[in-house]
Design a protein around this ligand. Structure first.
Ligand code: UD1
Ligand code: UDP
Length: 372
């Protein structure tokens, strides 16, 4: 029996790791445990519920408006206590969060092989996304196995000197999760149902990146207001991240405005339904940039750079930054120019075929077999 530990802490890590945990448990000879750092609380609970998973350990570290210093200390101590009492054949971390980086670091302290899911994404700008670019880069020298979602991500790792035999192109597990849920029709929250049923074209917006706090967020929200005033047939849905830095700013500018609905974060099911109903998606989220091309929804990326350039190259994503005027202009173009819209919507999805989890578990097996 092999013993795997999946360390996760935030909404996207749970969405992207759930299919891998489920795949590992299907094998019969793997004990797959979940360590939830609790970096997120409500956002995480909702995702565990959706995938019918229960963490074996929950460090419950989240605090209101937590600083990176405190978060880092609490997570490290908590993981350390669990690793010093249990043994594992492999630790899995996903992506670029503080939970992912510290999961890898603690695995290294205990000399347990670490597998990095969604390895090799880079902007090459250490402050964008912040602190994620550096979190992700720091996992690389620690990890024994690197699961790159695309060939481009794999090439990035090879260029940094990672040995080829430890780099596997698997696709992104976010597509596994999406394809397992997207065909179903889910019950909607009343407010969400009302806005989806309203006549008009839907713009779905999410934003939560630390580098967008303050003035960039004000510009984004002002742009949304401009767009809603310009187009009477456009409705805007903005599920607000629970981070108070995002919520306060959004409410000041957008609360109680016609055809703009601010909601709590949506359940994964409701969010998928909202993506399906949308005409345009605007987001600074990593996961949303990967999901939307599968649903043929153009994404205007509310950031100055992206570690997901594949979608920009296929034409599914466009980086528009956070300048109010640019956001309005780019949105108007998509709303007014059917050809420009079609070009983005028809672009292929470069992020996976829904079978990434199978590949990951297979490669993890092979790696451990070769060790023995
Ligand atoms: C974190 C990740 C980011 C990821 C994002 C996904 C880091 C440094 N950041 O950012 O990479 O893209 O999650 O959503 O790892 N909060 C709640 N309830 C929750 C979750 C958050 O109230 O369930 C509030 C708390 O006030 C918390 C704050 O949001 O202190 C920030 O949470 P944190 O995990 O530090 O950063 P995120 O901005 O969520
Ligand atoms: N998501 C969700 N409800 C929402 C907003 C996003 O379920 O209200 C999902 C979305 O489908 C995607 C993931 O959350 O899979 C993205 O998470 P987030 O934007 O928090 O993090 P990032 O991907 O930027 O790290």
């Amino acid at each position: 029996m092999l013993k795997f530990l999946f360390i996760m802490g935030t909404r996207p890590e749970i969405i992207k790791m759930a299919p891998v945990v489920i795949q590992a448990r299907k094998q019969g000879n793997i004990r797959a445990e979940i360590l939830h750092t609790g970096q997120h609380r409500t956002l995480a609970e909702e995702m565990f519920k959706h995938f019918e998973l229960t963490p074996d350990y929950d460090l419950a570290v989240m605090q209101e408006n937590q600083s990176l210093f405190e978060l880092t200390a609490r997570i490290t101590k908590g993981i350390g206590e669990i690793l010093s009492k249990n043994s594992y054949d492999m630790i899995f971390v996903q992506g670029d969060t503080t939970s992912a980086f510290l999961g890898a670091l603690c695995g290294f302290y205990q000399k347990i092989p670490v597998a990095h899911i969604e390895a090799g994404l880079r902007t090459q700008n250490k402050y964008s996304p912040f602190p994620e670019e550096i979190n992700r880069r720091l996992v690389t020298p620690i990890a024994s196995l690197h699961f790159a979602p695309t060939k481009r991500a794999a090439d990035m790792l090879l260029a940094e000197g990672v040995e080829e035999k430890y780099v596997k192109v698997t696709g992104n597990t976010v597509i596994d999760a999406l394809l397992q849920s997207v065909e179903k029709e889910y019950e909607l929250l009343p407010g969400v149902e009302r806005i989806l049923d309203m006549p008009g074209r839907l713009i779905l917006v999410t934003t939560h990146r630390r580098e967008n706090f303050g003035e960039p967020h004000r510009q984004i929200f002002q742009a949304l207001l401009d767009i809603s005033k310009k187009y009477e047939d456009v409705k805007i849905l903005l599920p607000l991240h629970l981070n108070p830095n995002v919520r306060n700013e959004a409410k000041l500018i957008l609360d109680n405005k016609p055809r703009i609905l601010l909601t709590e974060p949506l359940s994964y099911r409701n969010f998928i339904m909202a993506m399906k109903h949308s005409t345009i998606i605007m987001s600074d989220s990593g996961g949303v940039q990967e999901e939307a091309p599968s649903l043929h929804k153009p994404v205007l990326v509310l950031r100055d750079s992206t570690e997901r350039p594949e979608g920009v190259e296929t034409g599914a994503l466009k980086i528009v930054g956070t300048n109010r005027q640019t956001i309005v202009e780019e949105t108007c173009r998509l709303l007014d120019d059917a050809e420009a819209y079609k070009k983005m919507a028809d672009a292929p999805n470069p992020y996976g075929d829904g079978r990434s989890s199978e590949r990951i578990i297979e490669e993890a097996y092979k790696y451990l077999e070769n060790l023995n």
